[in-house]
Design a protein. Structure first.
Length: 90
């Protein structure tokens, strides 16, 4: 399934591992490192889907164009195996 972008990310949401649109180019980037520069600015180091890296200073005024990207429709297989076995035997 595809990815979905949530509107208006806050600077506080730019943590390592977050995927974000609006930082560089047309596609999402993954935050590798985030360092605060006061209360209204953050310097992020990011990685794009092609392996490229970059760094950028983001301010509060940039929040309106940032979009958090989340996977939609992904399935995890982390349920309790005993519960599955019980249901399968029923």
């Amino acid at each position: 399934m595809g990815e979905m972008a949530a509107a208006g990310a806050r600077l506080e949401q730019l943590v390592p591992g977050a995927r974000v649109l609006g930082i560089a180019g047309d596609g999402p980037v993954e935050i590798a490192r985030a360092r605060w520069a006061g209360g209204n600015a953050i310097r992020v180091t990011y990685r794009d889907d092609h392996g490229g890296t970059g760094e950028r200073m983001l301010l509060r005024r940039d929040e309106s164009r940032l979009r958090l990207v989340t996977d939609q429709g992904t399935h995890t297989f982390d349920g309790a195996p005993d519960a599955w076995l019980l249901a399968a035997e029923a």
